[in-house]
Design a protein around this ligand. Structure first.
Ligand code: KIV
Length: 279
């Protein structure tokens, strides 16, 4: 049985740190699940790392459903959360509920959406129909980036107070956890201590109840942006390029395929074939 949202809340109660990674495709998600990562997040960062867009804005519901279906076929242990993409929930509460339902039908256990207090009513409406919601405050790639770029959030007393208030409002609205993206270390710690649901940090320091990373950043597969907060556990892109160069050279020199990579006909059948074609 895979983890539930309650299991994730209980981890905070037991003071166990929560690990979250993004997943978008069957193969990598299977490996993340095998590694017993607590939560697989089908993030709309898929727009950048899987589809090559500049940001998350162009990502559609159909794309998120396709990634969610692939990851849901892979996961056995982790909780599966999927992002509601830009303009799939901001337009109306009805849209938010309908699109959350689509992600659940595609295999998600919960949905994530960006926004503070202004999203409280939308969140409680989704929760009321029985769909668990993960909040996302601090840097909000769908909107903050449009107006401010990638900037650390909560560096002044006023912005910090607003973030703390947002986190409380989201908890009241019924979220089972909240992502804090690029929130200053101190404010992230205060929020984590203030709310009862887990605060999952990305670029927000050690005081959070858990951490989330984009899997391509963690594996060193995405070179376009190298965020300061992302720890690289390996440099997979270098190994992949080296392997592909070796493959190209093997094909060019005729050293691939070798005998162990091909299949032979039955000798009698080959003889009959040769007689038939006069070879
Ligand atoms: O889309 C995403 O990958 C995210 C994480 C960075 C939290 O929202």
């Amino acid at each position: 049985m895979h983890k539930s949202t309650q299991d994730i809340i209980n981890m905070k109660k037991r003071k166990e740190k929560i690990s979250v990674v993004t997943g978008y495709d069957y193969t990598l998600a299977s490996l993340c699940d095998k590694a017993q990562v607590d939560v697989l997040l089908v993030g709309d960062s898929a727009g950048m790392v899987m589809l090559g867009y500049e940001n998350t804005i162009p990502v559609t519901m159909d794309q998120m459903c396709m990634f969610t279906e692939a990851v849901s076929r892979a996961r056995k242990n982790s909780l599966l959360v999927s992002d509601l993409p830009f303009m799939s929930y901001q337009t109306s509460i009805e849209d938010a509920i309908r699109n959350s339902g689509k992600l659940i039908k595609a295999g998600a256990d919960a949905v994530k959406l960006e926004g503070g207090s202004v999203m409280a009513e939308t969140i409680s409406s989704i929760v009321d129909v029985g769909i668990p919601v993960m909040g996302h405050i601090g840097l909000q790639p769908q909107t903050t980036v449009l107006s401010q770029g990638y900037k650390v959030q909560g560096k002044t007393k006023d912005t910090a107070l607003r973030l703390i208030e947002d986190a409380k409002k989201l908890e009241e609205a019924g979220v089972f956890s909240i992502v804090l993206e690029m929130v200053s270390h101190e404010v992230a710690e205060i929020i984590s201590e203030t709310i009862n649901v887990p605060a999952i940090g990305i670029g927000s320091g050690l005081g959070c109840d858990g951490q989330v990373l984009v899997v391509q950043d963690l594996l060193g597969m995405y070179d376009k942006i190298k965020p300061k907060f992302a720890k690289r556990y390996m440099n997979l892109s270098e190994d992949i390029v080296k392997s592909l160069e070796s493959y190209r050279e093997d094909v060019a020199s005729g050293t691939f395929p070798a005998e162990e990579n091909w299949f032979l006909m039955d000798e009698d059948e080959l003889k009959k074939l040769r007689e038939h074609i006069g070879g």
